[in-house]
Design a protein around this ligand. Structure first.
Ligand SMILES: [Zn+2]
Ligand SMILES: [Zn+2]
Length: 69
């Protein structure tokens, strides 16, 4: 069973491609938020998980329609 370890270490900003660190909450180059916070329970997680529903309370945290903003 493969262990998937995401959420730590470097990954690229989804907007500008800048390499960010796991400790950064937003991209220093473009301001893209790198952490998602559930507005209902306050749980936070890295954007790379791309959760649609909060893993803690189940509230929908992401719209299914693409191209928001
Ligand atoms: Zn960026
Ligand atoms: Zn939640």
């Amino acid at each position: 069973m493969p262990m998937i370890s995401v959420g730590k270490g470097a990954f690229r900003c989804p907007r500008c491609g800048e390499i960010t660190s796991g400790a950064m909450k937003s991209c220093a180059q473009c301001g893209q938020k790198l952490s998602i916070e559930c507005s209902d329970c306050g749980q936070t997680w890295r954007h790379i998980h791309e959760y649609i529903f909060c893993p803690n309370c189940g509230k929908r945290v992401k719209s299914l329609s693409a191209g928001g903003l």
